[in-house]
Design a protein around this ligand. Structure first.
Ligand code: F6P
Length: 322
């Protein structure tokens, strides 16, 4: 193998740049050339490619977002789209790929491998932390810290006005972000998609808090925990109790910003490990970190097996919220 490609796809995540840097520099150490593919699968189809040397990735380690840009491509979901992408890769002499992204990225990579025999290794880059085969995904730690800072600020105003706040955090279909920021932020309630959410029970809990003398409360809601997110949950609660509350949707601020040290280190380690695996002839796997060690997991398992939230942390949050 002489030349590999690297791309980022799907939602961006802080630390993706650190992973790109690691891929390029580890490849250089192994004598491989790297081509950066811009705009994920959309750019692959159009042949948007740039050679990446070791100096091209200087000064990006600390930057949020992705210098290669990213996209969610509809065309790549079609056989024709994937055939076009495979042709462009062949024309550019790319013999293997490092795909940095989440489950959608890996599903696409699996198709490319199956249909066009393009060797590929995945690097888990998503704030959602919803990939099996790694304790944490790149970007999760930064997103949690960003959301936590916002929640701390909201708590100041919630306490001053003696209000209840419903704060919606990202995580698509998973409650990893909600659980961690909820516990770290001392939330009174944490609503996650992994557990049934009962508006009446939450309403009663909030009333009980009031009776115990709590004048303000924070309810952290994962976006997929209830239809309509935080606003939908508040509306459902208001059918039982006329709760006076404000809703804040943290949204895309959770995806931006300079990556934490933890995310930079994880991204550096996994980016390099992906190149080593690819150069060693391994394909169809995701590199992850499990209990401190780098591990390889088949892409299919990484996207199809459900990684569960830590339920004992959820139980602890309920005890501590008293
Ligand atoms: O997968 C990352 C993520 O930020 C999810 O948490 C969220 O549901 C989704 O992307 C939002 O996607 P978009 O930026 O395309 O609206």
């Amino acid at each position: 193998m002489k030349r590999i490609g690297v791309f980022t796809s799907g939602g961006d995540a802080p630390g993706m740049n650190a992973a790109i840097r690691a891929v390029v520099r580890q490849a250089y150490a192994l004598g491989l050339e790297v081509i950066g593919i811009r705009r994920g699968y959309a750019g692959m189809i159009l042949g948007e490619m740039v050679p990446l040397g070791v100096r091209d990735v200087a000064n990006i380690l600390q930057r949020g977002g992705t210098v290669l840009l990213t996209a969610r491509s509809q065309e790549f979901l079609t056989e024709e789209g994937r055939a076009k992408a495979a042709e462009k890769l062949k024309a550019a002499g790319i013999e293997g790929l490092v795909a940095i992204g989440g489950d959608g990225t890996f599903r696409g990579a699996m198709r490319l491998l199956e249909e066009h025999k393009v060797p590929v290794v995945g690097v888990p880059g998503t704030i959602d932390n919803d990939l099996y085969g790694t304790d944490y995904t790149i970007g999760f730690d930064t997103a949690v810290n960003t959301a936590l800072e916002a929640i701390d600020r909201i708590r100041d105003t919630a306490a001053s006005h003696e209000r209840v706040f419903f704060i919606e955090v990202m995580g698509r279909d998973s409650g990893f972000i909600a659980l961690d920021v909820g516990l770290a932020g001392g939330a009174e309630v944490i609503a996650v998609p992994e557990e049934p959410v009962d508006p009446r029970a939450i309403a009663e809990g909030l009333l009980e808090s009031l009776r115990r003398g709590k004048s303000s409360s924070i309810v952290v809601v994962a976006e997929g925990a209830y239809p309509g997110g935080a606003a939908g949950l508040l509306a459902a609660i208001r059918e039982h109790v006329p709760v006076e509350a404000r809703v804040t949707v943290l949204g895309h601020i959770q995806r931006g910003g300079s990556p934490t040290a933890k995310d930079r280190i994880l991204a550096s380690r996994l980016g390099a490990a992906a190149v080593e695996a690819l150069a060693g002839g391994t394909s169809g796997v995701m590199v992850g970190e499990v209990e401190g060690e780098v591990e390889l997991t088949p892409l299919k398992e990484a996207v199809e097996r459900k990684k569960d939230i830590n339920r004992s942390l959820l139980a602890l949050s309920r005890i501590l919220a008293l």
